[in-house]
Write a protein that binds this ligand. Structure first.
Ligand SMILES: NC(=O)c1ccc[n+]([C@@H]2O[C@H](COP(=O)([O-])OP(=O)(O)OC[C@H]3O[C@@H](n4cnc5c(N)ncnc54)[C@H](O)[C@@H]3O)[C@@H](O)[C@H]2O)c1
Length: 423
């Protein structure tokens, strides 16, 4: 199935944009095209999803999985067995030195992303870096600087950006089918029991060992909702989104350090405001809807399922097709000018700006008493905020924060003007 890793002296052909230092280990295919050598750092947890994505590409000879790294023993993944030729490591630096991969997938906890990413770039690899890519605008600049200095590429793990449904929505917005876009909102209501917040050392935490980690509804499970809205705003403004003000209400229903319920407004320079209204303590399940309101119509994209409703449509329809982030990165490596990255680091700068404000905000307000309903026990204990689904939907539809909707338990938002602060 897999060609053995050639010795360093074998001198295989490198991809077009590969630096000379990597030529020695690129795997030749016999067709004159080098097979990119891929490593995964953080192979358990969500890393298993990456292993499942990599497995068919490895089997098809489109890449070679050369190494897995995890500080814990590698868990079995029946759908993606570790190839016999791949090596297993507990230290990413040792792996980089030993295997010299062309592409490194970084799927470790957020606070480890920057140092691992910088090491991988210094070793000449391109990156598929999980979201959130970094934890501050300063880290974002550091990583962007390293990309420029090394000439490498960084794709960020916002996989919903590769959706054909988002592309159709963007096209409809661009063609003016909604008229002038006046607001972008998103609503999601998930339910996560107490066990979810014990899943890993950084779960539910704002810092770990003195370093920011930042779990929470807005920047972890529902980060895709935020990023999809930013992507639509990009289409509206025709330029990278520049948040000028961020207003934030954060709530929690258990003693965690981060939000499990939140409302956020991003005021976009030259574009419509974005309101994000989400919870992990929801009543009914709402997967995640991006609602785009214009003077001539309204569109709704259920981003996890790629269901799209455009003006004039009788009902939502599934728009199939997603361009995979890894495949896109491989295509970009082969043809940087002809195949742009779907989720380059630069595109995620406004997400990092939002994340930084979440990190800086005061602790979320605790909701309890009659406001919540508790069911189950132990890790299955679930807490629901009464009436939360209706409130979040109103917020997303009306572009309002919860405090502006006369929700009795809502607290005034923390407002931060960004232009003066971050320029
Ligand atoms: N794109 C998505 O939809 C999506 C979904 C889930 C998670 N994620 C992201 O993926 C990343 C990992 O999330 P997770 O839930 O799998 O976290 P996790 O805490 O389960 O960690 C993943 C793995 O990394 C390992 N690890 C930790 N530190 C390491 C290090 N220094 N070197 C090597 N391995 C190390 C852990 O042992 C674990 O096996 C996070 O950034 C998360 O936000 C993205």
């Amino acid at each position: 199935m897999t060609a053995p890793v050639p010795p360093a002296a074998a001198g295989g052909l490198a991809a077009q944009d590969a630096p000379a230092t990597r030529d020695a280990t690129a795997t030749p295919t016999g067709t004159g095209v080098a097979v990119p050598r891929v490593a995964i750092v953080g192979a358990n947890g969500h890393g298993r999803w990456h292993r499942r994505t990599v497995a068919p590409l490895h089997a098809a000879g489109r890449l070679q999985l050369v190494a897995l790294v995890d500080v814990r023993p590698i868990e079995d993944e029946p759908a993606a067995p570790v190839p016999a030729e791949a090596t297993v490591h507990t230290d990413h630096r040792e792996m980089l030195a030993a295997t010299r991969p062309d592409v490194v997938i970084v799927c470790t906890p957020p606070h480890t992303h920057l140092p691992i990413a910088l090491d991988a770039l210094a070793a000449g690899a391109d990156l598929l870096l999980e979201k959130p890519p970094v934890l501050s605008t300063a880290e974002h600049r550091t990583l962007a600087g390293a990309l420029t200095a090394t000439g490498r590429a960084c794709q960020v793990g916002f996989q919903a950006l590769g959706s054909a449904a988002l592309a159709q929505l963007s096209a409809a917005v661009g063609q003016g089918r909604l008229g002038t876009v006046t607001g972008i909102g998103t609503v999601a209501a998930w339910q996560r029991p107490d066990g979810y917040f014990a899943r890993s050392p950084w779960a539910g935490r704002r810092t770990l060992h003195g370093r920011p980690v930042l779990d929470g509804a807005l920047v972890n499970p529902l980060a895709h909702a935020v990023m999809q809205c930013l992507a639509v705003a990009e289409t509206v403004t025709g330029a990278p989104v520049r948040p000028s003000e961020i207003e934030l209400e954060r709530y929690r229903v258990r003693p965690i350090e981060v939000d499990d319920t939140a409302a956020l407004r991003i005021v976009v320079a030259g574009g419509p405001p974005i309101v994000v209204a989400v919870t992990l303590a929801g009543e009914d399940f709402v997967a995640g809807e991006v609602i785009v309101t214009g003077t001539a119509g309204r569109a709704v994209l259920e981003y996890p399922t790629d269901r799209l409703l455009l003006p004039g449509d009788p009902q939502p329809r599934v728009v199939p097709g997603r361009r995979g982030l890894l495949e896109n990165l491989l295509a970009h490596r082969a043809d940087p000018a002809g195949t742009p990255l779907i989720a380059p680091l630069a595109r995620t700068a406004p997400f990092t700006a939002v994340l930084e404000q979440v990190q800086r905000a005061p602790e979320p307000t605790m909701l309890g008493g009659d406001l919540v309903t508790v069911t189950g026990s132990g890790p299955e204990r679930a807490v629901t905020v009464r009436g939360i689904n209706a409130v979040l939907r109103r917020a997303a539809e009306q572009g309002a924060l919860l405090s502006e909707l006369a929700v009795p338990w809502a607290v005034p938002p923390v407002r931060t003007a960004l232009a003066a602060q971050d320029d």
